[in-house]
Design a protein around this ligand. Sequence first.
Ligand SMILES: Nc1ncnc2c1ncn2[C@@H]1O[C@H](COP(=O)(O)OP(=O)(O)OP(=O)(O)O)[C@@H](O)[C@H]1O
Ligand SMILES: [Mg+2]
Length: 275
Amino acid sequence: MLIADCWQLWYDKVMNKIAVCGKGGSGKSVLVRLLADGLRRHGRRVLVVDSDESNTGLFRMLGFARPPEPLVGLLGGKRKLEEMLEEAIRAGTPEMQVDLIRQPLQPKDIPPEYMLEKDGTRLICIGKILMALEGCACPMGIVSRSFLKRLRLEPDEVVLVDMEAGVEHFGRGVETSIDCVLVVVEPSLDSLEVAEKIHELAGQINIADVWAVLNKITSESIAKRLTEYLDKRGIRVIGEIHQDAEIFESSLEGRPVQSGVSSYDIDKILDFLFP
Ligand SMILES: Nc1ncnc2c1ncn2[C@@H]1O[C@H](COP(=O)(O)OP(=O)(O)OP(=O)(O)O)[C@@H](O)[C@H]1O
Ligand SMILES: [Mg+2]
């Protein structure tokens, strides 16, 4: 085994890379914000990776005045990445094995315009679909996958990846270097079914730690019904976030997301993740 591989293995053991997944609108970005805040209070350094190619407002939810420059720009832009991808495939590399970032990197290697920092939280954005007819988002999925694979962290650092809604990112292998998947489940059958699918897909790439977080909970009986459904399918619920007018208002007004009645809900989730 090469020294670089041993080094990678050591880092892999101590890394904390958490992907936040779930149905569209279930509350993934809200959970990322609440986790980032909570983790900082617990003395962890947090890096949020915005891997959602469509929604643009995560920076506001986290309290940043503007978004960072997209990482695809640092790597030469979407067109160049498409060309690199096509070239690698022509040369016989299966798409799932194409690496658009070849060197290991640490957060400190990323230039400041591509990684903003505020109150101890850092934010990186992979890239957004900006124009009609600009082609598929494949290069962004591959950048997400390569970046998460190459990213090396210190033991007190945690990466929170805000995923695109649904399950397409599993098809692109974005989660292959992820330690743990949190599935946000709101009270709807669609949301439960997406959670089931995510659990199944994560199992196929050997991610053992797939846990559900219930969101927008209005009563104990609703939480119980969702928990029973998920339990039956082998998905453990590690916490719940109540329907919270303050979260709703702050999202509506484009302020940093604040919790009100659900303020202590995140602590139980963090206690489970980082005992
Ligand atoms: N616990 C909560 N209480 C009240 N409102 C909530 C709660 N969680 C989320 N919301 C509302 O739901 C909306 C969607 O949340 P959020 O943007 O986090 O979902 P998402 O899963 O990231 O969506 P997308 O799939 O579009 O990225 C927010 O604008 C917010 O108003
Ligand atoms: Mg979102």
